[in-house]
Structures are given as C-alpha cells and as structure tokens.
Design a protein around this ligand. Structure first.
Ligand SMILES: *Cc1c(COP(=O)(O)O)cnc(C)c1O
Length: 242
C-alpha cells in the first residue's frame, strides 16, 4: 500500500471512529450515519487513493469535474458517486447519467430537468432537497431560515415528490461558516426540525436522510441527527480551490 493510501486510510478510519463516538453519545447507532468523502478539487490520482483506501461514498461538487473522474477511475460496484454542489440546469443530463445520488437539489426547475434526463437514461435518481437554514444570500437551497414561513414549502416539495424518476430521500443543509463546530449546532437543530416538519407533512414519502456536517463540524452534526456527513479536507487534505 502506498504512503498516500495509508495516510488517507488512517484518516478515513479515524473519521469513522469519531462518527461512531458522536453517534453513541447521542444514543444513536453508528450504522445510522454514512460518511461521504469529498474529493472535489483533488486530482484523479488522489481520488484513486481514496477509493483504494476503502472509501465507498465519494462526493463531488462540479458535474464536469466529477464525470471526468468517474470515467477515468477504477472502482468496484460498491463505490457511489454523490453530487453535493449546486448544479446548473444545463448540466442536469451529466448528473442524471453519471451520479448515483444527489444531495443538492435546490429548485423545482432543476428537479424537472433531472427527472426528464433520468427517464431518458432509464434510471431513478435518489435526491435530497437542499434548504438554506442560515439565510445567507450566497447559499443555495430553498429559503428556510424563518420557521414561520415553512408552511409555504410543501407546495413545491409535493411537485418534486410527484416526479417519477426522482426518489426523494430527505434533506440537506449547509450552515454558515462559523467560528467553531458549536456555532453550527443551532443550524443543525433547525435542519433536523425541518426534516421532522416535512415528515409530518408527507407521511407517505421518505424523508429519512439528513445530510449535514463537514470537516469542521461533522461530530456536532451527528449529535444532531445527521445520517450523511460530507468530509473532505480532514481525510483527503487541502485542495487547490474551495
Ligand atoms: C467542500 C464541501 C464539503 C467538504 O468540506 P470540508 O471542509 O473539506 O470537509 C462538504 N459539503 C459541501 C457542500 C462542500 O462543498
């Protein structure tokens, strides 16, 4: 095993350990939390090392960069490619044809396009709906910082649930960058409440997944109910762009 693979494997296993201890602390089972290793902005050789180190869920932010990697890497059927970044409508076909899971579905327009391309490709894409619980202008997702306005969300959510080639699985959120892991906690709690709200609004649908937490705060996210955490730099090291 190369030094690179070895060091990535150590950090990957350490992150799994940390997830397990945070889950236990919150009275949850470690298996309830899945680790997505974020490989955006990492060269193909590094992503290959991440796969060789045993990671199975890989997260990419940009459709074209992700597809280039997906097509040039060697991996088994256990590896899943997760889109975690904002996708422009004109990139919907690339995502529909190449990714296994989408965390960052952030508009009805994109949902309809993805659904159409999935239908053409003959597949069904599991998706999470991204909500902006911090109210920052720069963040994607449906505006959900003001809890008193949540009543307006179900209308569009219902339209997405009706699309036959998308399979809604839950909620994704990215809180404002804070001073410490603790500063994310209130936002994670709000995202959890939003997940519960949508479960209540749509009891027949599946809102079981909650994707939140990055290198800086994933342990807090696990304590607050995350079922997916998205960890890049802590496992793979720094990257050429943010
Ligand atoms: C880059 C990114 C991550 C990972 O961030 P790290 O700080 O490297 O762990 C997680 N989620 C999203 C949406 C990202 O863009």
């Amino acid at each position: 095993m190369s030094e690179l693979i070895k060091s990535i494997r150590e950090r990957y296993l350490r992150a799994l350990d940390r997830i397990a201890s945070s889950a236990k602390k919150a009275g949850r089972t470690p298996e309830a939390v899945k680790l997505v290793v974020v490989t955006k902005a990492q060269p193909v050789e590094v992503v290959q090392a991440v796969i060789d180190a045993g990671a199975v869920l890989l997260g990419e932010n940009y459709a074209e960069e992700g597809v280039t990697k997906i097509q040039s890497l060697q991996y088994g059927s256990a590896v899943e490619w997760h889109m975690i970044g904002h996708v422009q409508s004109r990139k919907a076909a690339l995502v529909a044809a190449n990714f296994n899971f989408m965390h960052s579905l952030d508009s009805l327009k994109l949902a309809k396009r993805l659904d159409r391309f999935c239908a053409e490709a003959g597949n069904v894409l599991p998706v999470l709906l991204e909500f902006n619980v911090g109210g920052e202008e720069s963040k994607g997702g449906w505006e959900a910082s003001d809890e008193t306005s949540w009543q307006s969300l179900p209308e569009e959510v219902a339209q997405i649930l009706a699309l036959p080639n998308l399979q809604v699985r839950g909620v994704m959120s990215m809180p404002p960058l804070g001073e410490s892991a603790e500063s994310s906690r209130p936002y994670f709690q709000k995202a959890y409440r939003l997940q519960q709200f949508l479960k209540g609004q749509f009891p027949q649908a599946d809102f079981s997944e909650l994707s939140m937490g990055t290198s800086s705060d994933y342990q807090v996210a696990v304590e607050e109910g995350a079922t997916f955490v998205r960890v890049g730099t802590e496992i793979v090291g720094s990257r050429s762009y943010q």
